[in-house]
Design a protein around this ligand. Structure first.
Ligand code: SAM
Ligand code: DTB
Ligand code: SF4
Length: 329
């Protein structure tokens, strides 16, 4: 394993990895993990929906699209004080990354964006890695966020380019890729992953991983979400994916992108500690903590503390990459 940071993976190579018998796959991913990551260390992150619901987009999995009749009501942007209060709580409960989400199609140059900029500044001063997920944005908007102290931007590709139109019709895969380029140009850390369980095939998952792993620079962060079926959405009746599928996706991502943080994201609420342990063995090294993700339930802090204790996991420090690079200089 000398040359394992590669961005010339072929679909066939990825398929071969993805199709490996599961225990062999976990074992190989574990070797890569041991070489590039601190085994047993898991970053704890907190999500906050700062602008909930009323979104114009038609993402067929989403509780926040105004096109579907779900239990989520449209709300206004949260106040600066509320957001900073939540960030402080997150820090005090052990989170090192704070991600603010808005149900926007794209960022607009309006007073809400000015307020977001202030929130980013405020959270940054708390010493947390600040992340935002606000929909599509321009290079100028990405630069403004960077100057305010934003560390990372989350923008998922969700699935393969071929399957995308079955899930979302109000924007294209190309639109998403353009935003990722803008995020990169602004010097922000890229967080980009997907969802499994949307009715896609294994080939669609392989193609998504191919798109991520053949970018000039791998995303620093790759969230793997399992669909949380939401009543009222077109995908509300789909069955939940099997844990083996989550493990397979995580392990393949770990092998393809050894240095990335692979985040076990949506879907954890239905997973036992044993099932989550398999995900950590397969290379996941981050979770979202707290009783809510953006709008759906998540295991609370008490359950997660118990799991960390049981599995002997330690929470990862913030800005670890930068700190280790500074030491090497
Ligand atoms: N509006 C912004 C956007 O779409 O980029 C940011 C918020 S959006 C809710 C963030 C990501 O959450 C989506 O890209 C999707 O991958 C994930 N997500 C949303 N609803 C989900 C669900 N029901 N189950 C699993 N993942 C979900
Ligand atoms: C990501 O990939 N997963 C997180 C984070 N990025 C923003 C969001 C999951 C949302 C799950 C559905 C909800 O709670 O509304
Ligand atoms: Fe809007 Fe994002 Fe939900 Fe799509 S995923 S409907 S863009 S909030």
């Amino acid at each position: 394993m000398t040359n394992d940071i590669r961005n010339n993976w072929t679909i066939e190579e990825i398929r071969e990895i993805y199709d490996t018998p599961i225990l062999q796959l976990i074992s190989r991913a574990g070797e890569v993990h041991k070489k590039y990551q601190a085994t047993g260390e898991v970053q704890v992150c907190t999500l906050l929906s700062v602008k909930t619901g009323g979104c114009q987009e038609d993402c067929s999995y989403c509780s926040q699209s105004s096109r579907y009749d779900t239990a989520v009501e449209a709300e206004k942007l949260l106040s600066y004080e509320d957001v900073i209060g939540s960030a402080l709580d997150a820090k005090n409960s052990g989170s090192t990354r704070f991600c603010m989400g808005a149900a926007w199609r794209n960022v607009r140059d309006n007073s809400d964006f000015d307020k977001m900029i202030e929130m980013v500044k405020g959270v940054n001063t708390l010493g947390l890695e600040v992340c935002c997920t606000l929909g599509m944005l321009t290079e100028e908007q990405a630069k403004r966020l960077k100057e305010a102290g934003l560390y990372a931007y989350n923008h998922n590709l969700d699935t393969s380019e071929e399957y995308y139109g079955n899930v979302i019709t109000t924007r294209t895969y190309g639109d998403r890729l353009k935003t990722l380029d803008n995020v990169e140009k602004a010097g922000l850390s890229v967080c980009c992953g997907g969802i499994i369980g949307l009715g896609e095939s294994d080939d669609d998952r392989i193609k998504l991983l191919h798109t991520l792993a053949t970018r000039k620079a791998h995303p620093e962060s790759v969230p793997v979400n399992a669909l949380v079926p939401v009543e009222g959405t077109p995908l509300g009746d789909l069955p939940r994916v099997k844990v083996w599928e989550v493990v397979r996706m995580i392990a393949t991502a770990r092998i393809l992108m050894p240095k990335a943080m692979v985040r076990l994201s949506a879907g954890r609420n239905e997973m036992s500690y044993e099932q989550q342990a398999l995900c950590f063995l397969a290379g996941a090294n981050s979770i979202f903590s707290g009783e809510k993700l953006l709008t759906t339930p998540n295991p609370g802090c008490d359950a997660d503390s118990e799991m960390f204790e049981l599995l002997g996991l330690t929470p990862r420090d913030s800005f670890k990459l930068e700190k280790s690079e500074a030491l090497q200089e």
